[in-house]
Write a protein that binds this ligand. Structure first.
Ligand code: PLP
Length: 282
């Protein structure tokens, strides 16, 4: 595998970052994950726009302009000879002697891009069965709308889910479901409308969430952006999650309680098909 690291394409097992990189010492960095299907990036503009916003919110300079970045993104996929890929991009505030305050102006931000094969058939197989999730307290900071590499609470929640044999953790703050550890959370109500937490600083505004909303509108499915409780989710006829790597993934149980008929619901499955069709158009 070939990685892009600060201006060079290097074999991934030889790629290195400095021990005083601020990403390493302070989690002072941001990232994006997007997928390439059949050689084409899905929702690339959305991911790049969010990346730009994350950088701005943290007053970080971009390592290169977005046009150049697109060229490098394409090159990483090409050099790895991938048709279906998961691409990871990370920007940190760069290398400087350890000090909480920002390094001097002109410090070069670090940019790393990696790509690995992604198996879409596996995702479809998983979606046919649906996934189990568990609830976990949302102990994250107040700006999770910024896609920072500070993911320890997310990692702890996902680990708890994994130990429980579940695919994801539903994060709950003050009785309300915010989102999942690495995806957005949705429920369907009795009328067939879909409900998800509004885009505030308490959730990451998923690019898949945004595209799913556009798909729902096309399908004339009503979208309601409001917080919902864990109890409401457990009693919902359907639930699902969205992310760039899971698309629209039906949820079949929460904390061991069956959701709906205990199998993927019709609204989630329709939305998944619509999402795949729309995303592949670019
Ligand atoms: N929420 C969190 C906390 C995430 O980490 C992610 C993606 O990694 C998402 C939501 C979904 O975002 P997207 O649809 O852009 O992948």
């Amino acid at each position: 595998r070939i990685a892009y690291v600060n201006g060079q394409y290097v074999p991934q097992n030889q790629a290195m970052v400095h021990i005083e990189d601020r990403g390493y010492q302070f989690a002072d960095g941001i990232y994006e994950v997007c997928v390439v299907v059949g050689g084409r990036y899905w929702d690339m503009e959305g991911h790049l726009a969010r990346m730009q916003r994350s950088l701005e919110e943290l007053q970080m300079t971009s390592p290169m302009d977005m046009r150049a970045l697109k060229v490098v993104m394409a090159e990483v996929v090409r050099r790895n000879r991938l048709k279906d890929a998961l691409v990871y991009m990370q920007v940190t505030r760069g290398v400087a002697p350890r000090n909480h305050a920002f390094p001097p102006e002109g410090t070069q931000p670090s940019l790393v891009i990696t790509a690995r094969r992604f198996n879409f058939d596996q995702s479809d197989e998983k979606a046919k069965k649906g996934v189990a999730v568990i609830s976990q307290p949302d102990i994250r900071w107040g700006r999770v709308d910024i896609k920072t590499v500070g993911l320890l609470p997310n990692a702890l929640a996902k680990e708890a889910a994994t130990k429980a044999g579940a695919a994801e953790a539903l994060l709950v703050r003050d009785g309300m479901v915010t989102e999942c550890s690495s995806s957005n959370a949705w429920i369907v109500d009795e009328t067939g409308a879909i409900i998800t937490h509004p885009k505030t600083n308490e959730i990451l505004g998923g690019i898949t969430r945004q595209t799913a909303i556009a798909c729902a509108e096309e399908l004339q499915i009503k979208v309601i952006e409001r917080p919902f409780t864990l109890e409401e989710a457990k009693a919902a006829p359907e639930a699902f999650l969205t992310s760039a790597t899971s698309f629209v993934m039906p949820i079949i149980s929460i904390d061991g309680a069956q959701i709906g008929a205990g199998k993927p619901g019709p609204v989630a499955l329709r939305l998944r098909e619509a999402y795949k069709a729309r995303a592949s158009r670019g």
